[in-house]
Design a protein around this ligand. Structure first.
Ligand code: 6CN
Length: 248
């Protein structure tokens, strides 16, 4: 008798607020409280090692059940294709709607990760160039090639640094309009709200500035106001539709 395998349907990223919250706390109760409070002001919640190592992979499902936005996991997958396949599968089975992975490991691993994600209708964000200063040392010189590869292999998009908005502009030129750019580094790492989006990013990833705030919901709301007025002040980018990358 053949068994029907239930493939979970992944939630899709839709750019309304243009903010992805990196909920890098270690405690599930705290994560749930913050997730519920900030949900109206974000398009996705991104979970990473701090929470999953402390609370286990079931934390992914617990947060997902509490909110309606897609859940990204930021495991930055970077292993040989066979192991990356298993990491992807376990992550997506746990309820993730999208995954970040590294591009520097090469196209065989990236291809394998995208293949697994496609089976779940899930999103793949390939890290082209990281946001911290050290990324200029080894990643930046190969970042554009990574972006090109991610585009050609059919990734949902790439991660590019909001701390270096000019680089975001360059990455947009490389990947065209069909792929997403998510840009971390806003706030705590020094990037300004709106800079990366004005340079062509679809989303800004913001973590500590929100979850370490006294009132995360109020802060997320303020960031949303700031972002909207920044975008409207420069050029009216419709927030409900797909990003217009000819801005700037
Ligand atoms: O706003 P924060 O600096 O507190 O958080 C930024 C978030 C973190 O979860 C970090 O792991 O974005 C992630 N990130 C990623 C790539 C990168 O180049 N730089 C980052 O900061 C990712 N994904």
């Amino acid at each position: 008798m053949t068994q029907t395998v239930r493939v979970p349907k992944a939630r899709q990223l839709v750019p309304r607020t243009r903010v992805i919250h990196a909920l890098d706390v270690e405690d599930l109760d705290k994560a749930l409280t913050i997730a519920n409070a900030i949900e109206p002001y974000v398009d996705s919640i991104k979970l990473s090692y701090p929470l999953i190592l402390a609370e286990g992979p079931q934390a992914i499902g617990a947060i997902k059940e509490a909110v309606k936005v897609p859940i990204l996991t930021c495991f930055k997958v970077a292993d040989i294709p066979e192991i990356s396949h298993r990491i992807m599968k376990a992550t997506l089975d746990a309820g993730a709607d999208g995954v970040t992975l590294h591009g520097f490991v090469g196209r065989d691993t990236v291809r394998e990760c995208i293949k697994v994600a496609n089976e779940y209708n899930a999103q793949t964000l390939v890290i082209a160039e990281m946001s911290h200063p050290g990324a200029e040392e080894f990643m930046q010189p190969v970042g554009e090639k990574i972006a090109e590869m991610a585009k050609n292999l059919g990734a949902t998009g790439i991660v590019a640094p909001a701390t270096r908005p000019q680089r975001v502009k360059r990455y947009r030129e490389i990947i065209g309009r069909e792929r997403i750019i998510a840009a971390p580094g806003v706030g705590s790492q020094g990037g300004h709200v709106g800079d990366a989006i004005l340079m062509g990013a679809d989303y800004e990833i913001i973590g500590r500035s929100i979850y370490q705030a006294k009132d995360p919901a109020e802060t997320a709301k303020q960031i949303q106001h700031q972002l909207r007025s920044r975008l409207e002040g420069k050029r009216p980018i419709p927030l409900i539709q797909y990003a217009r990358h000819d801005a700037v």
